[in-house]
Design a protein around this ligand. Structure first.
Ligand code: S5P
Length: 262
């Protein structure tokens, strides 16, 4: 079972160079925490990246919510990523035909492919979405996480959609570009070389007012099979975000070490 294997072992099984890099980073830095930096001012995101950087493996952005987006914001973020050794993911959730996502990935104001190590994509359009994203690259080492499940209540994803999404992630000629799967259950996929990214993690709440559903760090890692847990407001809205990041990191890492020791 993939969830019993260590991140080091799984790094060796990964087909995606980005998955390999991220598994090794997690093992060396001893963190499986992703910060969802969902803030609307560039300076606030950079401040949060500075404070939480030492405790995270991944920093996830939604750049289209940043009101003062600029190229210098991106270069500052990249400097922090280097300094504190974390990977950058733009949670764009691409969902269009290949040609359109290729343009959305590399062009426009955000030029996502020029800086984001990882992006997310829905599988709704089919396999061509992966091909479209890959077509935008000019030799950069990049990866995609495909959504096979969502954390929101009432989402439309059923078992068939989930299974086909995992097929797209694990079969065919583009599997070296797929670094992982965004999902909510350990039986979602079997291949140990892929990373399971699981959002909907918060210590003190079960839901928000807009359909989000939360679980504890221990539950997502031990029961739901998360390799990386995404925490946004649990850290961003804490009275001391840095201390909250440390708490989430400690609890998530302890849950992982218990999971692989069993
Ligand atoms: O199913 C999903 C997939 C994602 S990527 N549910 C999610 O919540 N997300 C993202 O995780 C969402 O876009 C947000 O950036 C983060 C959760 O934030 P939180 O504040 O609820 O922890």
């Amino acid at each position: 079972v993939r969830t019993r294997l260590t991140y080091e072992t799984r790094a060796n099984l990964a087909k995606s160079p980005l998955a390999k890099r991220l598994f090794n980073l997690m093992a060396n830095k001893q963190t499986n925490l992703c910060l969802a930096a969902d803030l609307t001012k560039a300076a606030d995101i950079l401040d949060m990246a500075e404070k939480c950087g030492p405790y995270i493996c991944l920093l996830k952005t939604h750049v289209d919510i940043v009101e003062d987006f600029s190229d210098s914001f991106i270069s500052s973020l990249q400097t922090l990523a280097k300094q504190h050794n974390f990977v950058l993911m733009e949670d764009r959730k691409f969902a269009d035909i290949g040609n359109t996502v290729s343009l959305q990935y590399s062009k426009g104001i955000y030029k996502i492919s020029s800086w984001a190590d990882l992006v997310t994509a829905h599988t709704l359009p089919g396999r061509s979405i992966v091909q479209g994203l890959k077509a935008a690259l000019e030799g950069e080492e990049r990866g995609v996480f495909l959504l096979a499940e969502m954390s929101s209540s009432g989402n439309l994803i059923d078992d068939k959609y989930k299974e086909t999404s995992v097929k797209i992630a694990t079969e065919g000629g583009d599997v070296d570009f797929v670094a992982g799967v965004v999902c909510q259950s350990s039986n979602c996929f079997a291949f140990p070389g892929l990373i399971q990214l699981t959002p909907g993690v918060k210590i003190n709440e079960n839901v928000d007012k807009l359909g989000q559903q939360y679980q504890t760090p221990e539950h997502v890692v031990k029961q739901l099979g998360a390799d990386i847990a995404v925490v946004g407001r649990g850290i961003l809205q804490a009275s001391n975000p840095q201390q909250a990041a440390i708490n989430y990191r400690d609890r998530l890492w302890a849950a992982y070490t218990e999971r692989v020791a069993k």
